[in-house]
Design a protein around this ligand. Structure first.
Ligand code: GRF
Length: 220
């Protein structure tokens, strides 16, 4: 079984989508072994606990030095011996040591079509820029923020009467669809990070094939 650790900071709806996928048998060969948060206020913690998943808080406010928090978080994640670490709304920037430690087995979901709108307030910025297509991206994490190899993207058309909340809700629904898919691909060995791109391998050891990044455009 591939061991998955999920890191959250808040609501945890992507984490919940992954738990749902696991329960529905959509993540064969994988087990979500723990959910960690950097704050006890993360609402997702109670959802994970109710689902019988081990939860743990490494509270960043309990450490006066950033490096001490970083070390504690790394140790806490490593203690679960994960094959895959999944960032699901984790709002702390991970240090390079963490990223290197889990290189090639660290995924993030970002609420924009990267490389457009890295960082925060993606939906507001998309509306301000007047883009007609927005969306979300699952990517491998590298030291460059929101710049790792793209595994899958979902496109969400912007509607004329959209506001930030309406657009965010439609993007979130797509996030819940593509994150379990990306995790499944990873667990099955169908996707791996190679430099700037994510590659598809039929079996991990076999010849690599085409770029697997999929753009899913929902039917209106
Ligand atoms: C999502 O929009 C995700 O893309 C971003 O943070 C948000 C987390 O939401 N990284 P949730 O905690 O998964 O509900």
């Amino acid at each position: 079984m591939k061991r998955i650790v999920i890191l959250i900071s808040g609501r945890g709806s992507n984490m919940e989508a992954l738990l749902r996928a696991e329960r529905a048998g959509e993540l064969p060969g994988a087990q979500i072994v723990a959910v960690l948060a950097n704050t006890p206020e993360a609402k997702g913690l109670s959802i994970a606990a109710a689902a019988g998943i081990a939860t743990q808080v490494v509270d960043h406010r309990a450490y006066s030095e950033r490096s001490a928090f970083d070390a504690a978080l790394l140790a806490a994640v490593q203690a679960h011996a994960p094959d895959l670490v999944v960032l699901a709304g984790f709002m702390r920037i991970l240090p390079e040591t963490f990223v290197q430690c889990f290189a090639g087995r660290l995924l993030n979901i970002h609420p924009s079509l990267l490389p457009a709108f890295p960082g925060l307030h993606t939906h507001r910025r998309a509306l301000e820029e007047g883009v007609r297509i927005h969306g979300c991206t699952v990517h491998f994490v590298t030291p460059a923020l929101d710049r790792g190899p793209i595994v899958i993207q979902a496109a969400v058309p912007v509607q004329d009467d959209d506001d930030e909340d309406r657009l965010a809700a439609r993007v979130l629904a797509e996030e819940h669809r593509i994150y379990p898919l990306a995790v499944r691909w990873f667990v099955e060995g169908h996707v791996l990070a190679d430099g700037n791109v994510a590659l598809r391998a039929k079996k991990p050891s076999q010849t690599r094939e085409a770029h697997p990044a999929a753009l899913i455009v929902p039917t209106p």
